[in-house]
Design a protein around this ligand. Sequence first.
Ligand code: ADP
Ligand code: ADP
Ligand code: ZN
Length: 218
Amino acid sequence: MAGKRIILMGPPGGGKGTQAKRIQERYGIVQLSTGDMLRAAVAAGSPVGKQAKAVMDAGKLVSDEIIISMIAERISQPDCFNGFILDGFPRTVPQAEALDKLLTEKRMDLDKVVEVAVPDERLIERITGRFTCAKCGEGYHDTFKQPKKPGVCDVCGGTEFSRRADDNAETVKARLKAYHVQTSPLLPYYEKKGLLMVIDGDRDMDVVTTDLIKILGA
Ligand code: ADP
Ligand code: ADP
Ligand code: ZN
């Protein structure tokens, strides 16, 4: 129903974007992906994009300051009044604290924080096989999710696809380290608030979606 506010957590390549896209359609809420926002800033050549690019290419985290102001601005837009699913944010304790403050100011609560758990050894394959439709952003995978008709996007019929600059085996290691060191402390942070649910993301994507919907409710 209306008004759901959800955080989707999980390691890089764990399936957050895939699941967030499905959830936003089902619940009529918006997906807020800080990674997508940063890539748009890089593509636009904005000052934020210029600062973020090297950091992203190295697989490190962009500064809390940049991320927090980006989210504060985005969450204030009218399409977020009806609810949102945060994908890839927060990623540090200061980001989570800033989000709490922001939501308190807006008299909003979080409904659930869901961790999509996937073991490290799976993630290299997930990430190095990832590609997306250049037109609509639908996600695909070399092994796990090819377009039904080769070379044609299932969703929009587009025929151009792109791969992320940071989706390579070298960068994955740095991203996994950032996840374990900087982001994983958020699990106990939300556990203490009674908001955390964990689902096994090491299964077929449709099975993961079914579980997620069970957790999030009608
Ligand atoms: P993935 O889908 O692999 O988890 P994202 O698209 O979420 O990756 O993020 C890509 C990159 O953008 C990250 O490696 C990091 O450099 C930067 N980034 C995205 N979200 C955040 C955030 N909340 N805090 C800091 N850096 C971020
Ligand atoms: P994240 O947003 O967490 O970085 P994505 O949703 O982009 O992760 O998924 C990473 C890659 O793995 C994509 O190519 C996607 O198609 C694929 N993928 C997502 N979920 C699964 C799954 N449950 N099983 C196999 N592959 C998956
Ligand atoms: Zn498409």
